[in-house]
Design a protein around this ligand. Structure first.
Ligand code: NAP
Length: 276
C-alpha cells in the first residue's frame, strides 16, 4: 500500500496530494474498483451527482472499513444551483452516499449564464456550518469567478478542481490560487490518456527516473502544487498511479513537460461551457 502525503487546506483539513477519480466507475465493477483503490492507499475520492455513482462510492467507503480516513468529494450539478436547491441537493447526495458528511463539496461548473453560483456557494457555507459538509470548494472556476465568490461571501474556496495536464498547465490560474490559499486539483490529469503518455519528453523524463510515463506526469502535477485525481478501473494501474512520491523531477524536467502546452482537451472553457 502506498502512503500518499497530505497538504493543509485553508480550512485546516489535511488533504491528500493525490486522489482517485471515479467518472465512469459504476455498478458492482465500479464499487470493486473503488474498494481496490482505497486498499491501494487512496484516501481522496472524487464523485459527482452527474457521474451517477454516489451510491457506489458510498458502498465502497463502507466496505473499506476506514470511513474516517477517507475524504469523499461530490459536486452540485448545474440544475441544482441556488440556495434552497443546493441545500436539497446536498441532502440527496448524502442519502445516495449513505454517509453523514460530504468531506469536500464542490460546485461542478459555474454556469455563468445562470448566474447563481454565489448563492450556491452561500448554501455550501451554511451546510459546512451545520456539519453536513467538511470543506467547501468549486470546480472549473476562472480567476474572475473566484474573486467574485470571495468578495461576495467573505469565504475563500478551499479547492478549485480544474482541467490540468501537460497540454494545459494552468500557469496563471495556479498563481492566483497560490496567492489566495486555494488548493488546485487537476481533473483529467493524464489528459484522459490521449497521446500524452507516448510524448517523447514524457518518456525521456520517465526513463531518467526509472518510472513509467504516467508516474512522471502525475509527479509533474504534485510538484506544481496540484492534487491530481487519476481514474483507473485497473488495480495495477491504480497502484502505479499512486506510487509517485519516491522521486523528484528537476526544474528543467518540469519545464520540459510543461512545454507540451497546447490548450484544453475539448471545449471546456468555463466562460462558455455549461453543464446541468
Ligand atoms: N470537475 C470536472 O468537471 C471534471 C471533469 C472531468 C473529470 N473529472 C474527474 O477527474 C477524474 C480523472 O479524469 P478522467 O477520468 O477524465 O481522466 P484521466 O484520469 O486523465 O485518465 C483516465 C484514463 O486513463 C487510463 N489510465 C489510468 N491510469 C493509467 C495508466 N497507469 N496507464 C495507462 N492508462 C491509464 C484509464 O484507463 P483504465 O480505467 O482502463 O485503467 C482511463 O482511460 C475523473 O474520473 C473525475 O473524477 C472532473
Amino acid at each position: 500500500m502506498v502512503t500518499i502525503p497530505t497538504v493543509t487546506l485553508n480550512d485546516g483539513t489535511a488533504f491528500p496530494q493525490l486522489g482517485f477519480g471515479t467518472y465512469k466507475l459504476q455498478g458492482e465493477d465500479g464499487t470493486q474498483a473503488i474498494v481496490s483503490a482505497i486498499e491501494g492507499g487512496y484516501r481522496l475520492l472524487d464523485s459527482a451527482v452527474n457521474y451517477e455513482n454516489e451510491t457506489e462510492v458510498g458502498e465502497a467507503v463502507r466496505r473499506s472499513g476506514i470511513r474516517d480516513e477517507l475524504l469523499v468529494t461530490t459536486k452540485v450539478p448545474g440544475r441544482d444551483h441556488g440556495y434552497d436547491e443546493t441545500q436539497r441537493s446536498a441532502r440527496a447526495s448524502l442519502d445516495r452516499l449513505g454517509l453523514d458528511r460530504i468531506d469536500l463539496y464542490l460546485i461542478h461548473w459555474p454556469n455563468p449564464s445562470v448566474d447563481r453560483y454565489v448563492e450556491t456557494f452561500r448554501a455550501m457555507i451554511d451546510l459546512q456550518r451545520d456539519g453536513l459538509v467538511g470543506s467547501v470548494g468549486v470546480s472549473n472556476f476562472t480567476e474572475a469567478m473566484l474573486a467574485r465568490v470571495i468578495d461576495e461571501t467573505g469565504v475563500t474556496p478551499a479547492v478549485n478542481q480544474v482541467e490540468m495536464h501537460p497540454y494545459f498547465p494552468q500557469q496563471a490560474l495556479r498563481a492566483f490560487h497560490a496567492a489566495h490559499g486555494i488548493r488546485t486539483e487537476s481533473w483529467s490529469p493524464l489528459a484522459r490518456r490521449s497521446e500524452l503518455l507516448t510524448e517523447q519528453v514524457v518518456n525521456d523524463v520517465a526513463a531518467a527516473h526509472g518510472v513509467t510515463p504516467t508516474q512522471a506526469v502525475l509527479r509533474w502535477h504534485t510538484q506544481l502544487g496540484s492534487t491530481p485525481i487519476p481514474k483507473s478501473a485497473t488495480p495495477a494501474r491504480q497502484i502505479e498511479n499512486a506510487d509517485v512520491f519516491g522521486f523528484t523531477l528537476t526544474d528543467d524536467e518540469i519545464a520540459a513537460v510543461s512545454g507540451l502546452e497546447r490548450g484544453r482537451l475539448w471545449d471546456g472553457d468555463p466562460d462558455t461551457h455549461e453543464e446541468m
